[in-house]
Design a protein around this ligand. Structure first.
Ligand SMILES: [Fe+2]
Ligand SMILES: [Fe+2]
Length: 486
């Protein structure tokens, strides 16, 4: 039985890979594919965006016709309706969700959410009631896995679909939309899987409130009202079950980073952070300090502070390979770089970025964190080793002493770059007075800006100014607390 299963599995895999070769395939020149994540779509098969969209539109259209009942009128009505919803959806995403549209995996996920949600609406209609359609669950999934804005767009589209499947009922549309918007509006409050219970409860509260409204304006008689109330409670329960069942699956298959996943990554009992704590305690401490600084800066800029914190925890994990070659792990009086030529030192420093990426992939850390690891030094210059090289009489170009990059591509990566540099630099100040900390932070931000390190990310001068104040005040509060403690 097992053999049969394995041969079917390998046959399916080879067929899928053959099909995939006709599409865009993974660029193997970038390095080996890490296969342990069981991601079928991720990293190996890249389905072109237009094929995903065309397939989804066709499936939605067929499902709507089958759901309402095949007739020439329904065929035309479903075509008009599907076109209208698609026009609305495209208008909402084409300019504002460019990052997601450029990510084939995210587009496949987008399409899967539409198809699976329509399937559940169909089941609810056939066997239960339109009010059991779990619009909230799928909208919150879109909000958490794609973007909070898309969660709102899904709430509208899915409520429209639920209404169409049920004879264009306005009460179904508004009740579903109300519940979904209510939960999507609080998506940032979801930080652990048990918070899905709140999603279910909020859905029930919003649905019930709207059902009361329709009852009071005379839409239902008492028995219809009780019947709808019952199914709105069931909707809340379904939402919880669907979220608990599908979210980990979609997170895994499409490698999406949610706040829940970030909280799980922040567990210091996970083997990678534990190794950092035990094998490179100096780097571990530096990472915690960097996390405090970057979290505050992310808050000030309105960015995801949790991502900033967790990205900081992992940014230097590559130092695990040679911890003693990094100053924060050295004991006074011994520096292994003293016995190396500057060229070797340069290579060891650069390697911590590459090693970090390799380790993160090995431990199945999310792509967003891997990007932060890769970008946290941008293409900055290792000044200390460049000057040492000059002092040694070597004729080296300053450009040879740059990290290979890439430069930060997001505001979060830029925040972590600055928090990292400022933390390390302020640590080296003998007597960290507020004036010295302020000067150091200003100098670091100005130098990175002049060096063009922020040319690939959407950070503004105003953001840099806000970050400067935030970094100074966080570092000062860290040192102030230390002095008080002494
Ligand atoms: Fe680093
Ligand atoms: Fe660092």
């Amino acid at each position: 039985m097992n053999n049969l299963f394995n041969s079917v599995k390998s046959w399916t895999r080879s067929v899928l890979l053959k099909v995939a070769r006709n599409f865009k395939t993974y660029d193997y020149s970038k390095g080996p594919v890490i296969r342990e994540s069981k991601s079928l779509f991720h990293r190996e098969i890249k389905i072109p965006v237009f094929i995903s969209f065309l397939f989804t539109i066709a499936v939605i259209y067929i499902m709507l016709i089958m759901g309402v009942g095949i007739s020439s009128k329904v065929i035309v009505a479903a075509a008009i309706f599907t076109s209208a919803v698609i026009v609305f959806f495209i208008a909402q995403i084409q300019n504002r969700e460019k990052v997601i549209l450029g990510d084939n995996d995210a587009v496949v996920l987008m399409c899967m959410l539409f198809i699976t949600s329509l399937l559940t609406f169909q089941i609810a209609k056939e066997y239960l009631s339109p009010f059991a359609s779990p619009v909230s669950a799928f909208s919150i999934m879109a909000a958490m896995l794609l973007s909070s804005r898309l969660g709102g767009v899904y709430a509208v589209c899915l409520s429209l679909y639920a209404a169409f499947l049920n004879g264009m009922r306005f009460d179904v549309f508004l009740t579903m939309l109300g519940g979904a918007i209510f939960v999507v509006g609080n998506v940032h409050a979801i930080r652990k899987r048990s918070d899905f219970i709140n999603v279910g409860v909020k859905t029930v509260i919003a649905n019930m409130a709207l059902l009361f409204m329709f009852y009071f304006v005379g839409n239902y008689d008492v028995s219809q009202f009780k019947y709808n109330l019952f199914y709105s409670v069931l909707n809340g329960i379904f939402s919880i079950v669907i979220l608990l069942a599908f979210m980990p699956l979609f997170e895994k298959i499409f490698s999406r980073t949610t706040n829940i996943k970030l909280i799980e990554l922040s567990d210091f009992n996970n083997s990678l952070l534990k190794r950092l704590m035990l094998e490179a305690p100096g780097t571990y401490h530096h990472s915690i300090m960097t996390a405090d600084i970057s979290e505050q800066s992310a808050n000030v800029l309105g960015e995801n502070s949790l991502l900033a914190r967790i990205g900081s925890y992992y940014h230097d994990i590559g130092k695990l390979k040679n911890p003693l070659y990094f100053i924060e792990n050295q004991t006074p009086g011994y520096n292994p770089h003293d016995n190396l030529n500057p060229e070797m030192s340069r290579l060891i420093l650069i390697s911590h970025v590459k090693e970090g990426v390799v380790l993160a992939k090995k431990y199945n850390v999310d792509n967003e964190i891997i990007n932060i690891i890769e970008q946290h030094h941008g293409t900055t210059i290792m000044h200390a080793f460049y000057h040492r090289s000059l002092e040694s009489g070597l004729h080296t170009e300053i450009e040879n002493f740059r990290y290979p990059g890439p430069k930060p591509a997001t505001k979060i990566a830029a925040i972590i770059m600055l928090a990292d540099s400022c933390e390390a630099a302020c640590r080296s100040i003998d007597e960290p007075t507020s004036a010295r900390i302020k000067d150091m932070v200003e100098k670091i931000i100005n130098n990175k800006f002049i060096d063009g390190q922020f040319s690939a990310c959407p950070i503004t001068l105003k953001d840099l100014e806000l970050m400067k104040d935030s970094i100074i005040s966080t570092i000062m509060s860290i040192y102030h607390a230390r002095i008080e403690y002494k």
